[in-house]
Design a protein around this ligand. Structure first.
Ligand SMILES: Cc1cc2nc3c(=O)[nH]c(=O)nc-3n(C[C@H](O)[C@H](O)[C@H](O)COP(=O)(O)OP(=O)(O)OC[C@H]3O[C@@H](n4cnc5c(N)ncnc54)[C@H](O)[C@@H]3O)c2cc1C
Ligand code: FES
Length: 427
């Protein structure tokens, strides 16, 4: 008990110091970044109305995130290591053009292009925005450096993009990002009790949701479950201490599956092992919550099937998996070279009421559609987020790389697909 208090007092001081540093560095970096005005709205519990970080009332249902087209340049205003292991680092990004940055839904991500020297062209990766969208002067992403997995053959390289960010992207550097996107986000208009479940670096979108709930002084009942290996792995430790201390409506459960002598049960963490459906059932009084889950595949599978067995309706369980696009080397190579000149297909875009000939001038259906003024909803442009999933009424496609997520028959992912016949597509 005494130790806990001391740690919390210590935590307070550390957080205060860290926050001061953030403020000092970011203040100068952000001074030229005008803040966006919030939409107004009536305050009142359960109406989707709330207050923003500065206490102004906001109806979040009316705050439509804006966007930008293509890539936008951001300066890295600050890097901040987020755990004792040093393998999770946050990057605070401010727009190079100094113009306002659009808001986003808590849980959405940015998409980046990073150099891939071996492929000879940039590759795309998504990173969730890890802070509350009420922070209007910067975007924050938090990236775990991926090392070669245990048991991988010698010489297996570490993760391309996460290594690039950790090793090559310094304060003051410029990175390019596509606008915030993604369908995995907190329902900001709901006042139902909410359960946020995070495993490993799957913490990032859940933290954005949590921070938004805290920043808007939501009185929703919040249950937060976070699984890490141990204290050294635990990201943003002091931030959690503060939330536990200051937010009575947030109940927090931290699970360590590899606690060591530096970890004190009841102080640093309160669950030995993994986050499991048994744990959820033992602390939640009922199953009628909104659930949001993001973490490693085994955790996601176990939690999702456990919730289904518990009778939680599918629509009450939102989830996101962090996956890289499948490397080109594992893909069926596109037959672009051998067929470059003679493949002409008739592509019918039903929603746009257009029929256009595919003549191999573009690499993907997405690029082809965009080049012809047909809008496609997309975000990662690399086959890993599912945003561009579109019904294919007739015809077939081939993939330039295997999609990294499941999709139903009769649909396709235009961002990585090319036609392999005449086709009729729902765009
Ligand atoms: C919507 C979304 C949001 C995300 N948000 C975040 C986030 O907030 N934070 C975060 O850290 N990540 C996030 N991710 C994951 C992120 O996009 C990347 O997938 C992650 O950083 C790994 O990418 P990488 O390029 O570093 O690794 P990759 O190069 O894709 O490699 C992945 C793994 O494969 C191994 N590997 C490489 N080559 C081989 C080989 N030949 N044989 C065997 N193994 C090999 C690497 O060592 C590494 O362990 C998100 C993903 C999605 C889809
Ligand atoms: S845009 Fe992400 S899968 Fe196509």
């Amino acid at each position: 008990m005494l130790t806990g208090t001391m740690i919390e007092i210590g935590g307070l001081m550390i957080v205060a110091a860290a926050s001061l540093q953030v403020v000092i560095v970011l203040r100068s970096a952000l001074s030229n970044s005008p803040r966006m005005a919030h939409a107004g709205g009536e305050a009142g519990a359960g109406s989707g109305a709330n207050v923003d970080a500065s206490g102004r009332s906001v109806d979040w249902r009316e705050v439509e995130p804006l966007s930008w087209l293509g890539k936008r340049k951001f300066r890295v205003a600050m890097r901040n290591p987020e755990n004792a292991n040093g393998d999770i680092c946050s990057f605070y990004l401010v727009p190079l053009d100094g113009r306002p940055i659009p808001s986003y839904r808590p849980g959405q991500f940015l998409t980046f292009e990073v150099p891939d020297p071996e492929a000879g062209h940039p590759t795309m990766r998504c990173y969730s925005l890890s802070d509350s969208p009420t922070e209007r002067g910067y975007y924050r992403i938090s990236i775990r450096k991926m090392f070669a997995p245990p048991g991988a053959p010698e010489g297996t390289p570490p993760g391309l993009s996460s290594s690039y960010f950790h090793d090559r992207v310094h304060e003051g550097d410029i990175v390019q990002a596509y606008a915030p996107a993604g369908d995995f986000y907190l329902d900001q208009s709901s006042d139902r009790p909410v359960v946020l479940i995070a495993g490993g670096v799957g913490l990032t979108p859940m933290l954005s949701m949590l921070n938004w709930l805290v920043a808007t002084r939501s009185d929703r009942e919040v249950w937060f479950f976070y699984g890490a290996r141990n204290k050294a792995d635990h990201a943003m430790y002091e931030h959690f201490v503060q939330i536990r201390k200051n937010c009575p409506n947030v109940r927090m459960f931290i699970a360590y599956n590899e606690p060591d002598e530096s970890c004190t049960l009841g102080v640093d963490y309160n669950v030995d092992g993994f986050i499991s459906i048994d744990l959820l059932q033992s602390v939640l009084t009922a199953s009628n919550y909104e659930f949001y889950v993001c973490g490693p595949p085994p955790m996601m599978t176990a939690i999702r099937s456990g919730l289904a067995e518990w009778g939680v309706p599918e629509e009450d369980v939102k989830h996101e998996a962090f996956q890289s696009p499948v490397p080109m080397s594992d893909a069926t190579p596109p037959r672009q070279a051998e067929t470059k000149d003679d493949r002409v297909y008739r592509i019918e875009f039903t929603r746009s009421d257009r029929v256009i000939e595919w003549t191999n001038d573009n690499d993907t259906l997405l690029e082809f559609a965009e080049a012809n003024g047909v809008r496609v909803r997309c975000s990662c442009r690399a086959g890993n987020c599912g945003t561009c999933l579109t019904a294919l009424h007739d015809g077939s496609v081939e993939y330039i790389r295997p999609p990294s997520r499941e999709y139903e028959a009769g649909t396709c992912l235009p961002c990585i697909a090319r036609p392999s016949s005449d086709m009729v597509i729902d765009l």
